[in-house]
Design a binder for this molecule. Structure first.
Ligand code: ADP
Ligand code: MG
Length: 212
């Protein structure tokens, strides 16, 4: 199975819609142990990504990711601008020139995103961040694609991402704004872990009906 550049644009636009639909959910989560800006910042960034991608006429998936990452870097406040933005730019650089994504391309995309976030933010699994969603996803996906197709691999990995997101609920935050709360950060899902899950879930919903 291959994801064409046209389909990829569609996937990114659907992710923008998923973020938009969940602004309140993300705002509520970030209000519990953060400053409440995550939903609004993400929606602002992804709305602009949608607009810019709709105007993009090429078929270079790497360029689409770089363009999206730059929007996040330049337009949104909070920790998310550099973390997601830098990650998308890194993924786009690794995929520059690609007109379609096969199952290895998907691996390159999400492993680049994860590695960039870890390098920049220094968080590891267990610190109560988006890394708790993305790392189990990437680990499972990389194992599954050795024997399974893209969709099945993505689906199994998405289950691990969801477990990872849920696991942040009982964690004490060790990085970012919520780490200032120490024990009081326990009991709520991390908002970055939640937005990463929404991105992955929306991605999967866009590819699950594609033919192998
Ligand atoms: P801010 O904390 O600046 O308001 P956001 O509300 O946009 O930023 O995002 C908060 C999320 O950012 C957290 O829930 C966490 O998942 C993520 N985050 C913060 N710092 C880091 C870091 N150093 N590494 C990875 N993720 C981080
Ligand atoms: Mg915040």
């Amino acid at each position: 199975m291959k994801i064409s550049s046209k389909k990829f644009k569609d996937i990114m636009i659907k992710i923008s819609g998923a973020i938009e639909k969940n602004v309140e959910f993300l705002t509520d989560l970030d209000s519990k142990i953060g400053d409440g800006d995550h939903g609004v910042n993400m929606a602002k960034g992804f709305r602009k990504i949608k607009k810019d991608l709709q105007g993009y006429r090429g078929d270079n998936i790497g360029q689409m990711l770089i363009l999206s990452g730059k929007v996040l870097l330049n337009e949104i406040g909070g920790a998310m601008g550099p973390l997601y933005g830098g990650g998308f730019v890194k993924a786009g650089t690794a995929l520059n020139g690609r007109e379609y994504l096969d199952k290895d391309g998907i691996y390159i995309l999400f492993s680049s995103l994860l590695n960039s976030i870890k390098e920049l933010g220094g968080a590891e699994v267990g610190d109560k961040t988006m890394v708790d969603t993305l790392e189990p996803f990437v680990d499972k996906y990389s194992r599954e694609i050795k024997t399974s197709e893209m969709k099945e691999s993505f689906k199994s990995a998405l289950t691990k991402a969801e477990e990872g997101m849920m696991s942040t609920k009982d964690m004490v935050s060790r990085v970012g704004r919520s780490s200032r709360l120490f024990e009081r950060s326990r009991g709520h899902i991390d908002v970055g872990a939640a937005s990463s899950y929404l991105i992955l879930e929306s991605f999967y919903n866009s590819i699950k009906d594609l033919k192998e």
